[in-house]
Design a protein around this ligand. Structure first.
Ligand SMILES: Nc1ncnc2c1ncn2[C@@H]1O[C@H](COP(=O)(O)OP(=O)(O)OP(=O)(O)O)[C@@H](O)[C@H]1O
Ligand SMILES: [Mg+2]
Length: 511
Protein backbone atom coordinates (compact mmCIF):
# COMPACT_ATOMS: atom_id res chain seq x y z
CA UNK A 1 0.00 0.00 0.00
CA UNK A 2 1.41 3.28 -1.01
CA UNK A 3 0.58 6.57 0.61
CA UNK A 4 0.31 9.62 -1.52
CA UNK A 5 1.74 12.64 0.16
CA UNK A 6 -0.52 15.02 -1.79
CA UNK A 7 -3.58 13.15 -0.53
CA UNK A 8 -2.47 13.37 3.05
CA UNK A 9 -1.61 17.01 2.87
CA UNK A 10 -4.93 17.84 1.20
CA UNK A 11 -6.73 15.93 3.93
CA UNK A 12 -4.86 17.80 6.62
CA UNK A 13 -5.60 21.08 4.87
CA UNK A 14 -9.29 20.20 4.76
CA UNK A 15 -9.29 19.36 8.45
CA UNK A 16 -7.53 22.59 9.28
CA UNK A 17 -9.98 24.60 7.21
CA UNK A 18 -12.91 23.15 9.17
CA UNK A 19 -11.22 23.49 12.50
CA UNK A 20 -12.91 25.95 14.82
CA UNK A 21 -11.32 27.33 17.88
CA UNK A 22 -14.34 26.36 19.96
CA UNK A 23 -12.50 25.46 23.12
CA UNK A 24 -11.05 28.89 23.68
CA UNK A 25 -14.44 30.54 23.07
CA UNK A 26 -16.32 28.35 25.48
CA UNK A 27 -13.57 27.52 27.91
CA UNK A 28 -14.61 24.32 29.43
CA UNK A 29 -13.67 23.03 32.83
CA UNK A 30 -14.00 19.75 34.65
CA UNK A 31 -16.11 19.15 37.71
CA UNK A 32 -13.91 18.03 40.57
CA UNK A 33 -16.50 17.95 43.33
CA UNK A 34 -20.27 18.02 43.55
CA UNK A 35 -22.64 17.95 46.48
CA UNK A 36 -25.62 19.71 48.06
CA UNK A 37 -26.24 22.27 45.36
CA UNK A 38 -22.61 23.24 44.99
CA UNK A 39 -19.81 22.11 42.67
CA UNK A 40 -16.14 22.87 42.16
CA UNK A 41 -14.46 22.82 38.80
CA UNK A 42 -10.98 23.44 37.49
CA UNK A 43 -9.99 24.77 34.10
CA UNK A 44 -12.29 27.80 34.13
CA UNK A 45 -9.45 30.28 34.53
CA UNK A 46 -11.26 33.27 33.05
CA UNK A 47 -14.67 32.79 34.64
CA UNK A 48 -16.16 36.01 36.05
CA UNK A 49 -17.78 36.34 39.45
CA UNK A 50 -21.48 35.67 39.04
CA UNK A 51 -21.05 34.25 35.54
CA UNK A 52 -23.56 31.74 34.30
CA UNK A 53 -21.97 28.33 33.65
CA UNK A 54 -23.50 25.38 31.87
CA UNK A 55 -22.98 21.78 32.92
CA UNK A 56 -22.85 19.03 30.30
CA UNK A 57 -26.41 17.90 31.17
CA UNK A 58 -27.82 21.38 30.52
CA UNK A 59 -28.19 22.48 34.16
CA UNK A 60 -26.92 25.98 34.88
CA UNK A 61 -24.68 27.15 37.66
CA UNK A 62 -23.30 30.45 38.87
CA UNK A 63 -19.60 31.06 39.50
CA UNK A 64 -19.06 32.06 43.11
CA UNK A 65 -15.62 31.47 44.57
CA UNK A 66 -12.90 32.33 42.09
CA UNK A 67 -9.74 30.80 43.41
CA UNK A 68 -6.30 30.32 41.90
CA UNK A 69 -6.87 26.75 40.79
CA UNK A 70 -10.59 26.20 40.89
CA UNK A 71 -14.00 27.82 40.84
CA UNK A 72 -16.84 27.26 43.32
CA UNK A 73 -20.19 26.98 41.55
CA UNK A 74 -23.70 27.12 42.96
CA UNK A 75 -25.95 24.84 40.95
CA UNK A 76 -29.24 26.36 39.85
CA UNK A 77 -31.39 23.31 39.50
CA UNK A 78 -31.18 19.59 40.05
CA UNK A 79 -27.63 18.67 40.98
CA UNK A 80 -28.15 14.92 41.23
CA UNK A 81 -27.42 14.41 37.53
CA UNK A 82 -24.00 16.05 37.73
CA UNK A 83 -20.95 13.84 38.29
CA UNK A 84 -17.31 14.46 39.02
CA UNK A 85 -15.45 14.53 35.71
CA UNK A 86 -18.37 16.15 33.83
CA UNK A 87 -17.54 19.15 31.73
CA UNK A 88 -18.79 22.61 32.55
CA UNK A 89 -18.47 25.52 30.18
CA UNK A 90 -18.54 29.28 30.38
CA UNK A 91 -21.40 31.18 28.79
CA UNK A 92 -19.75 34.59 29.00
CA UNK A 93 -22.98 35.99 30.43
CA UNK A 94 -23.73 37.25 33.88
CA UNK A 95 -26.82 35.64 35.36
CA UNK A 96 -29.95 37.27 33.96
CA UNK A 97 -33.70 36.93 34.31
CA UNK A 98 -36.46 37.84 31.87
CA UNK A 99 -38.19 41.13 32.69
CA UNK A 100 -41.08 43.21 31.40
CA UNK A 101 -44.87 43.43 31.32
CA UNK A 102 -45.25 39.81 30.22
CA UNK A 103 -44.36 38.72 33.76
CA UNK A 104 -47.29 40.52 35.37
CA UNK A 105 -49.87 38.14 36.77
CA UNK A 106 -47.41 35.26 36.67
CA UNK A 107 -45.68 33.03 39.17
CA UNK A 108 -42.05 32.35 38.31
CA UNK A 109 -39.02 30.70 39.88
CA UNK A 110 -35.71 32.39 40.70
CA UNK A 111 -34.61 32.13 37.08
CA UNK A 112 -37.82 33.72 35.82
CA UNK A 113 -39.21 30.47 34.47
CA UNK A 114 -42.99 30.11 34.80
CA UNK A 115 -44.22 27.68 37.48
CA UNK A 116 -47.92 28.48 37.29
CA UNK A 117 -48.72 26.20 34.37
CA UNK A 118 -49.93 29.13 32.27
CA UNK A 119 -47.45 28.57 29.49
CA UNK A 120 -44.43 30.35 28.18
CA UNK A 121 -43.61 33.96 29.11
CA UNK A 122 -43.03 35.90 25.92
CA UNK A 123 -40.51 38.62 26.50
CA UNK A 124 -37.22 39.36 24.80
CA UNK A 125 -35.95 41.64 27.53
CA UNK A 126 -33.72 40.50 30.35
CA UNK A 127 -31.68 42.07 33.12
CA UNK A 128 -28.72 40.91 35.20
CA UNK A 129 -29.85 39.83 38.66
CA UNK A 130 -27.10 41.81 40.32
CA UNK A 131 -26.83 45.49 39.62
CA UNK A 132 -25.12 48.34 41.34
CA UNK A 133 -27.65 50.39 43.28
CA UNK A 134 -28.42 53.93 42.05
CA UNK A 135 -25.92 56.41 43.49
CA UNK A 136 -26.55 59.55 45.48
CA UNK A 137 -26.88 61.82 42.45
CA UNK A 138 -29.32 59.50 40.76
CA UNK A 139 -31.80 59.71 43.60
CA UNK A 140 -34.23 62.16 45.01
CA UNK A 141 -35.74 62.20 48.45
CA UNK A 142 -38.84 60.29 49.40
CA UNK A 143 -41.88 62.55 49.18
CA UNK A 144 -44.85 60.55 47.99
CA UNK A 145 -46.71 58.15 50.28
CA UNK A 146 -47.17 54.48 49.64
CA UNK A 147 -50.49 53.77 51.31
CA UNK A 148 -50.71 50.35 52.89
CA UNK A 149 -54.40 50.73 53.69
CA UNK A 150 -53.61 49.53 57.20
CA UNK A 151 -54.60 52.23 59.69
CA UNK A 152 -51.91 51.67 62.26
CA UNK A 153 -49.16 51.72 59.61
CA UNK A 154 -50.38 54.67 57.56
CA UNK A 155 -50.96 56.65 60.77
CA UNK A 156 -47.94 55.73 62.88
CA UNK A 157 -45.24 54.34 60.58
CA UNK A 158 -46.03 55.88 57.21
CA UNK A 159 -44.11 54.51 54.24
CA UNK A 160 -42.91 56.64 51.35
CA UNK A 161 -42.30 55.52 47.79
CA UNK A 162 -38.68 54.46 47.42
CA UNK A 163 -38.28 53.70 51.12
CA UNK A 164 -37.12 50.46 52.72
CA UNK A 165 -39.23 49.47 55.69
CA UNK A 166 -38.55 46.24 57.55
CA UNK A 167 -41.40 44.05 58.79
CA UNK A 168 -40.05 42.07 61.70
CA UNK A 169 -41.62 39.64 64.15
CA UNK A 170 -41.80 36.10 65.44
CA UNK A 171 -43.38 33.34 63.43
CA UNK A 172 -47.14 33.59 62.91
CA UNK A 173 -47.54 37.20 63.89
CA UNK A 174 -49.14 38.43 60.67
CA UNK A 175 -46.04 39.47 58.69
CA UNK A 176 -47.20 38.01 55.40
CA UNK A 177 -50.71 39.34 55.99
CA UNK A 178 -49.40 42.92 56.12
CA UNK A 179 -47.41 42.37 52.93
CA UNK A 180 -50.33 40.92 51.01
CA UNK A 181 -52.80 43.55 52.23
CA UNK A 182 -50.39 46.26 51.13
CA UNK A 183 -50.28 44.70 47.66
CA UNK A 184 -54.08 44.47 47.60
CA UNK A 185 -54.31 48.15 48.53
CA UNK A 186 -52.26 49.16 45.46
CA UNK A 187 -55.19 48.36 43.21
CA UNK A 188 -55.79 51.32 40.93
CA UNK A 189 -52.78 53.18 42.36
CA UNK A 190 -50.52 52.50 39.36
CA UNK A 191 -47.97 50.61 41.44
CA UNK A 192 -46.39 47.39 40.16
CA UNK A 193 -45.96 44.81 42.92
CA UNK A 194 -43.45 42.01 43.22
CA UNK A 195 -43.84 39.38 45.90
CA UNK A 196 -40.72 37.28 46.44
CA UNK A 197 -41.50 34.17 48.49
CA UNK A 198 -38.33 32.61 49.88
CA UNK A 199 -38.23 29.22 51.59
CA UNK A 200 -41.97 29.03 52.17
CA UNK A 201 -44.07 25.92 51.76
CA UNK A 202 -45.49 25.48 48.26
CA UNK A 203 -48.99 25.37 49.75
CA UNK A 204 -48.47 28.68 51.56
CA UNK A 205 -47.29 30.39 48.38
CA UNK A 206 -50.22 28.91 46.54
CA UNK A 207 -52.63 30.31 49.15
CA UNK A 208 -51.02 33.77 48.88
CA UNK A 209 -51.33 33.70 45.09
CA UNK A 210 -54.99 32.74 45.40
CA UNK A 211 -55.59 35.58 47.86
CA UNK A 212 -54.05 38.06 45.44
CA UNK A 213 -56.12 36.66 42.60
CA UNK A 214 -59.32 36.80 44.65
CA UNK A 215 -58.85 40.49 45.41
CA UNK A 216 -57.94 41.33 41.83
CA UNK A 217 -54.34 42.12 42.77
CA UNK A 218 -52.56 39.50 40.69
CA UNK A 219 -52.90 41.48 37.45
CA UNK A 220 -50.35 44.02 38.57
CA UNK A 221 -48.17 41.61 40.57
CA UNK A 222 -45.28 39.25 39.81
CA UNK A 223 -44.76 36.40 42.25
CA UNK A 224 -41.22 35.00 42.43
CA UNK A 225 -41.16 31.80 44.41
CA UNK A 226 -38.21 29.76 45.64
CA UNK A 227 -39.99 27.37 47.94
CA UNK A 228 -38.55 25.34 50.77
CA UNK A 229 -38.09 22.33 48.48
CA UNK A 230 -35.78 24.24 46.10
CA UNK A 231 -32.01 23.91 46.46
CA UNK A 232 -30.34 26.62 48.59
CA UNK A 233 -28.88 28.56 45.61
CA UNK A 234 -32.39 29.19 44.26
CA UNK A 235 -33.45 30.64 47.63
CA UNK A 236 -30.31 32.74 47.71
CA UNK A 237 -30.80 34.39 44.31
CA UNK A 238 -34.60 34.82 44.45
CA UNK A 239 -34.57 38.36 45.92
CA UNK A 240 -31.97 39.58 43.40
CA UNK A 241 -34.07 38.17 40.58
CA UNK A 242 -37.13 39.97 41.95
CA UNK A 243 -35.17 43.21 42.29
CA UNK A 244 -34.07 42.95 38.64
CA UNK A 245 -37.69 42.56 37.55
CA UNK A 246 -38.63 45.59 39.64
CA UNK A 247 -35.80 47.71 38.27
CA UNK A 248 -37.08 47.24 34.74
CA UNK A 249 -40.25 49.07 35.77
CA UNK A 250 -38.50 51.59 38.01
CA UNK A 251 -36.13 52.68 35.25
CA UNK A 252 -39.14 53.12 33.01
CA UNK A 253 -40.57 55.70 35.41
CA UNK A 254 -43.02 53.41 37.23
CA UNK A 255 -43.54 52.98 40.95
CA UNK A 256 -42.75 49.52 42.23
CA UNK A 257 -43.40 47.79 45.55
CA UNK A 258 -41.26 44.74 46.27
CA UNK A 259 -41.64 42.37 49.21
CA UNK A 260 -38.98 39.90 50.31
CA UNK A 261 -40.74 37.26 52.41
CA UNK A 262 -38.42 36.51 54.08
CA UNK A 263 -34.73 37.43 54.24
CA UNK A 264 -34.08 35.22 57.29
CA UNK A 265 -34.60 32.16 55.12
CA UNK A 266 -32.49 33.69 52.37
CA UNK A 267 -29.68 34.26 54.88
CA UNK A 268 -29.95 30.64 56.03
CA UNK A 269 -29.76 29.42 52.43
CA UNK A 270 -26.70 31.60 51.86
CA UNK A 271 -25.08 30.28 55.04
CA UNK A 272 -25.71 26.74 53.86
CA UNK A 273 -24.15 27.19 50.47
CA UNK A 274 -21.25 29.21 51.85
CA UNK A 275 -20.41 26.46 54.32
CA UNK A 276 -20.46 23.88 51.54
CA UNK A 277 -18.21 26.18 49.50
CA UNK A 278 -15.91 26.09 52.55
CA UNK A 279 -15.99 29.80 53.16
CA UNK A 280 -14.88 30.64 56.67
CA UNK A 281 -17.92 30.94 58.95
CA UNK A 282 -18.30 34.00 61.18
CA UNK A 283 -20.88 34.99 63.79
CA UNK A 284 -23.77 32.48 64.02
CA UNK A 285 -21.88 30.58 61.27
CA UNK A 286 -22.95 33.12 58.64
CA UNK A 287 -20.23 33.98 56.11
CA UNK A 288 -18.39 37.28 56.43
CA UNK A 289 -20.29 38.94 53.61
CA UNK A 290 -23.80 38.30 54.92
CA UNK A 291 -24.23 42.00 55.68
CA UNK A 292 -23.25 42.86 52.12
CA UNK A 293 -25.69 40.23 50.85
CA UNK A 294 -28.55 42.23 52.35
CA UNK A 295 -27.18 45.76 52.00
CA UNK A 296 -26.53 45.52 48.27
CA UNK A 297 -30.01 44.11 47.78
CA UNK A 298 -31.84 46.74 49.81
CA UNK A 299 -29.81 49.62 48.40
CA UNK A 300 -31.46 48.90 45.08
CA UNK A 301 -34.69 50.33 46.46
CA UNK A 302 -34.71 53.98 45.45
CA UNK A 303 -36.63 57.02 44.37
CA UNK A 304 -34.98 58.03 41.11
CA UNK A 305 -34.24 61.61 40.17
CA UNK A 306 -36.37 63.36 37.58
CA UNK A 307 -33.57 62.99 35.02
CA UNK A 308 -33.90 59.25 35.33
CA UNK A 309 -37.67 59.31 35.02
CA UNK A 310 -38.66 59.64 38.68
CA UNK A 311 -39.59 55.98 39.12
CA UNK A 312 -39.31 54.30 42.48
CA UNK A 313 -38.89 50.94 44.12
CA UNK A 314 -40.18 50.58 47.67
CA UNK A 315 -38.87 47.52 49.51
CA UNK A 316 -40.56 45.75 52.40
CA UNK A 317 -38.14 43.08 53.56
CA UNK A 318 -39.44 40.65 56.16
CA UNK A 319 -37.34 39.14 58.94
CA UNK A 320 -38.43 36.45 61.34
CA UNK A 321 -37.21 36.69 64.93
CA UNK A 322 -36.94 34.03 67.63
CA UNK A 323 -38.85 34.94 70.80
CA UNK A 324 -38.85 38.62 69.86
CA UNK A 325 -35.06 38.86 69.88
CA UNK A 326 -34.24 41.77 67.59
CA UNK A 327 -30.63 41.84 68.77
CA UNK A 328 -29.70 38.64 66.96
CA UNK A 329 -27.23 38.96 64.09
CA UNK A 330 -29.45 39.08 61.01
CA UNK A 331 -32.19 41.26 62.58
CA UNK A 332 -29.68 43.90 63.74
CA UNK A 333 -28.01 43.89 60.34
CA UNK A 334 -31.22 44.44 58.44
CA UNK A 335 -32.55 46.99 60.96
CA UNK A 336 -29.42 49.04 60.33
CA UNK A 337 -29.82 48.90 56.56
CA UNK A 338 -33.49 49.85 56.38
CA UNK A 339 -35.25 53.19 56.97
CA UNK A 340 -37.31 51.88 59.84
CA UNK A 341 -39.11 48.83 61.10
CA UNK A 342 -42.60 47.59 61.78
CA UNK A 343 -42.28 45.40 64.82
CA UNK A 344 -44.93 42.74 65.35
CA UNK A 345 -45.50 41.56 68.88
CA UNK A 346 -46.67 38.00 69.39
CA UNK A 347 -48.29 38.70 72.81
CA UNK A 348 -50.43 41.42 71.28
CA UNK A 349 -51.25 39.15 68.35
CA UNK A 350 -52.52 36.40 70.64
CA UNK A 351 -54.37 38.94 72.79
CA UNK A 352 -56.37 39.77 69.67
CA UNK A 353 -54.76 43.11 68.86
CA UNK A 354 -54.30 42.55 65.12
CA UNK A 355 -52.35 43.76 63.23
CA UNK A 356 -50.07 43.33 66.24
CA UNK A 357 -47.88 46.34 65.59
CA UNK A 358 -45.90 47.56 68.59
CA UNK A 359 -46.31 51.33 68.45
CA UNK A 360 -43.43 51.86 70.88
CA UNK A 361 -40.71 50.17 68.86
CA UNK A 362 -41.98 50.64 65.31
CA UNK A 363 -40.59 53.63 63.43
CA UNK A 364 -40.35 55.00 59.94
CA UNK A 365 -37.42 57.35 59.54
CA UNK A 366 -38.31 58.95 56.24
CA UNK A 367 -41.98 58.21 55.65
CA UNK A 368 -43.15 61.17 57.74
CA UNK A 369 -42.05 63.51 54.95
CA UNK A 370 -44.36 61.66 52.61
CA UNK A 371 -47.35 61.35 54.92
CA UNK A 372 -50.60 62.94 53.80
CA UNK A 373 -51.07 66.26 55.67
CA UNK A 374 -54.56 65.41 56.84
CA UNK A 375 -53.26 62.16 58.31
CA UNK A 376 -50.44 63.97 60.05
CA UNK A 377 -52.99 66.24 61.73
CA UNK A 378 -55.29 63.52 63.01
CA UNK A 379 -52.55 61.05 63.93
CA UNK A 380 -50.26 63.54 65.63
CA UNK A 381 -51.03 62.57 69.21
CA UNK A 382 -51.73 58.90 68.57
CA UNK A 383 -48.32 57.61 69.56
CA UNK A 384 -48.38 59.54 72.85
CA UNK A 385 -51.94 58.43 73.59
CA UNK A 386 -50.92 54.82 73.17
CA UNK A 387 -47.77 55.22 75.25
CA UNK A 388 -49.57 56.88 78.16
CA UNK A 389 -52.35 54.34 77.94
CA UNK A 390 -49.90 51.43 78.16
CA UNK A 391 -48.30 53.06 81.18
CA UNK A 392 -51.63 53.67 82.93
CA UNK A 393 -53.13 50.33 82.04
CA UNK A 394 -50.61 48.47 84.15
CA UNK A 395 -51.37 50.72 87.17
CA UNK A 396 -55.10 50.66 86.67
CA UNK A 397 -55.18 46.93 87.32
CA UNK A 398 -54.45 47.53 91.00
CA UNK A 399 -56.88 50.21 92.09
CA UNK A 400 -60.34 51.33 91.19
CA UNK A 401 -60.10 54.85 92.65
CA UNK A 402 -59.00 56.68 89.56
CA UNK A 403 -59.53 60.36 89.03
CA UNK A 404 -61.55 61.56 86.13
CA UNK A 405 -58.56 62.64 84.06
CA UNK A 406 -56.96 59.22 84.37
CA UNK A 407 -60.21 57.51 83.53
CA UNK A 408 -60.57 59.67 80.44
CA UNK A 409 -57.06 58.77 79.35
CA UNK A 410 -57.75 55.11 79.85
CA UNK A 411 -60.98 55.32 77.90
CA UNK A 412 -59.24 57.07 75.04
CA UNK A 413 -56.40 54.56 75.05
CA UNK A 414 -58.69 51.54 74.99
CA UNK A 415 -60.69 52.99 72.14
CA UNK A 416 -57.56 53.94 70.22
CA UNK A 417 -56.37 50.35 70.39
CA UNK A 418 -59.79 49.17 69.27
CA UNK A 419 -59.86 51.56 66.32
CA UNK A 420 -56.40 50.40 65.24
CA UNK A 421 -57.57 46.82 64.94
CA UNK A 422 -58.20 45.79 61.36
CA UNK A 423 -59.30 42.55 59.81
CA UNK A 424 -57.49 40.61 57.11
CA UNK A 425 -57.67 41.87 53.53
CA UNK A 426 -59.67 44.97 54.40
CA UNK A 427 -57.36 47.80 53.46
CA UNK A 428 -58.98 51.23 53.84
CA UNK A 429 -58.51 54.26 51.60
CA UNK A 430 -56.71 57.13 53.26
CA UNK A 431 -59.77 59.42 53.42
CA UNK A 432 -61.71 56.84 55.43
CA UNK A 433 -58.78 56.38 57.77
CA UNK A 434 -58.50 60.13 58.26
CA UNK A 435 -62.16 60.61 59.14
CA UNK A 436 -62.12 57.70 61.61
CA UNK A 437 -59.03 59.05 63.35
CA UNK A 438 -60.56 62.53 63.28
CA UNK A 439 -63.62 61.22 65.14
CA UNK A 440 -61.31 59.55 67.64
CA UNK A 441 -59.18 62.66 68.10
CA UNK A 442 -62.22 64.89 68.60
CA UNK A 443 -63.48 62.60 71.36
CA UNK A 444 -66.57 61.27 69.60
CA UNK A 445 -65.58 57.68 70.27
CA UNK A 446 -64.73 58.15 73.96
CA UNK A 447 -68.39 57.90 74.96
CA UNK A 448 -69.10 54.88 72.80
CA UNK A 449 -69.00 51.54 74.59
CA UNK A 450 -66.13 49.26 73.59
CA UNK A 451 -68.44 46.76 71.90
CA UNK A 452 -69.74 49.47 69.62
CA UNK A 453 -66.46 51.01 68.47
CA UNK A 454 -66.08 48.96 65.32
CA UNK A 455 -69.73 49.37 64.36
CA UNK A 456 -69.41 53.12 64.95
CA UNK A 457 -66.47 53.17 62.56
CA UNK A 458 -68.12 51.23 59.76
CA UNK A 459 -71.42 53.11 60.06
CA UNK A 460 -69.55 56.41 60.05
CA UNK A 461 -67.89 55.45 56.77
CA UNK A 462 -71.23 54.42 55.26
CA UNK A 463 -72.82 57.68 56.49
CA UNK A 464 -70.03 59.74 54.98
CA UNK A 465 -70.29 57.95 51.65
CA UNK A 466 -74.04 58.49 51.59
CA UNK A 467 -74.20 62.11 52.77
CA UNK A 468 -70.77 63.73 52.58
CA UNK A 469 -68.93 62.08 49.73
CA UNK A 470 -67.64 65.55 48.82
CA UNK A 471 -65.63 65.69 52.05
CA UNK A 472 -64.07 62.29 51.34
CA UNK A 473 -63.27 63.43 47.81
CA UNK A 474 -61.69 66.63 49.00
CA UNK A 475 -59.41 64.81 51.50
CA UNK A 476 -58.45 62.35 48.80
CA UNK A 477 -57.71 65.05 46.26
CA UNK A 478 -55.96 67.68 48.38
CA UNK A 479 -54.54 65.46 51.11
CA UNK A 480 -55.70 68.10 53.59
CA UNK A 481 -58.53 68.33 56.09
CA UNK A 482 -61.45 70.37 54.72
CA UNK A 483 -61.32 74.05 55.75
CA UNK A 484 -63.81 75.24 58.35
CA UNK A 485 -66.15 73.08 60.37
CA UNK A 486 -67.67 70.95 57.63
CA UNK A 487 -66.00 67.75 58.76
CA UNK A 488 -66.68 68.42 62.44
CA UNK A 489 -70.33 69.11 61.64
CA UNK A 490 -70.66 65.98 59.55
CA UNK A 491 -69.20 63.76 62.24
CA UNK A 492 -71.35 65.48 64.92
CA UNK A 493 -74.41 64.86 62.81
CA UNK A 494 -73.52 61.20 62.55
CA UNK A 495 -72.63 60.83 66.24
CA UNK A 496 -75.99 62.31 67.28
CA UNK A 497 -77.94 59.75 65.34
CA UNK A 498 -75.71 56.76 66.21
CA UNK A 499 -77.64 54.07 68.08
CA UNK A 500 -75.56 52.55 70.88
CA UNK A 501 -76.44 48.88 71.28
CA UNK A 502 -76.65 48.95 75.10
CA UNK A 503 -79.06 51.92 75.05
CA UNK A 504 -81.39 49.74 73.01
CA UNK A 505 -81.11 47.14 75.70
CA UNK A 506 -81.61 49.80 78.36
CA UNK A 507 -84.70 51.12 76.61
CA UNK A 508 -86.11 47.64 76.31
CA UNK A 509 -85.50 46.98 80.01
CA UNK A 510 -87.15 50.28 80.98
CA UNK A 511 -90.40 49.33 79.27
N1 LIG B 1 -55.19 41.49 60.92
C1 LIG B 1 -55.49 40.19 61.09
N2 LIG B 1 -56.70 39.85 61.51
C2 LIG B 1 -57.03 38.55 61.68
N3 LIG B 1 -56.20 37.54 61.44
C3 LIG B 1 -54.96 37.79 61.03
C4 LIG B 1 -54.53 39.14 60.83
N4 LIG B 1 -53.27 39.11 60.39
C5 LIG B 1 -52.92 37.81 60.32
N5 LIG B 1 -53.92 37.01 60.70
C6 LIG B 1 -53.89 35.54 60.73
O1 LIG B 1 -52.79 35.10 61.47
C7 LIG B 1 -52.16 33.97 60.88
C8 LIG B 1 -50.70 34.23 60.66
O2 LIG B 1 -50.55 35.27 59.72
P1 LIG B 1 -49.36 35.31 58.70
O3 LIG B 1 -49.27 34.06 57.92
O4 LIG B 1 -49.50 36.57 57.97
O5 LIG B 1 -48.15 35.39 59.71
P2 LIG B 1 -46.60 35.27 59.40
O6 LIG B 1 -45.93 36.03 60.48
O7 LIG B 1 -46.32 35.61 58.01
O8 LIG B 1 -46.38 33.73 59.65
P3 LIG B 1 -45.13 32.83 59.20
O9 LIG B 1 -44.20 32.89 60.35
O10 LIG B 1 -45.73 31.48 59.05
O11 LIG B 1 -44.60 33.40 57.94
C9 LIG B 1 -52.90 33.71 59.59
O12 LIG B 1 -53.79 32.63 59.78
C10 LIG B 1 -53.66 34.98 59.33
O13 LIG B 1 -54.88 34.72 58.69
MG1 LIG C 1 -45.33 34.57 56.47
Amino acid sequence: MSIKTEEISSLIKKQLANYQDKVSVEETGTVTYVGDGVARADGLENAMAGELLEFSNGVYGMAQNLESNDVGIVILGDYTGIREGDTVKRTGRIMEVPVGDALLGRVVDSLGRPIDGLGEIKTDKSRPIERKAPGVMERKSVSEPLQTGIKVIDALVPIGRGQRELIIGDRKTGKTAIALDTIINQKGQDVICIYVAIGQKESTVRASVETLRKYGALDYTIVVSASASNPAPMLYIAPYAGAAMGEEFMFNGKDVLIIYDDLSKQADAYRELSLILRRPPGREAYPGDIFYTHSRLLERAARLSDDLGGGSMTALPIIQTQAGDVSAYIPTNVISITDGQIFLDSDEFYAGQRPAIDAGTSVSRVGGDAQVKAMKKVAGTLRLDIASYNELASFAQFGSDLDAATQAKLARGQRTMEVLKQGLHQPLPVEEQVVTLFALQQGFIDKISMDDVQRFESELAAFMHANHQDLYDSIKKTGKLPEGDDLLNAVTEFANQFQPSDSNKQAAEDK
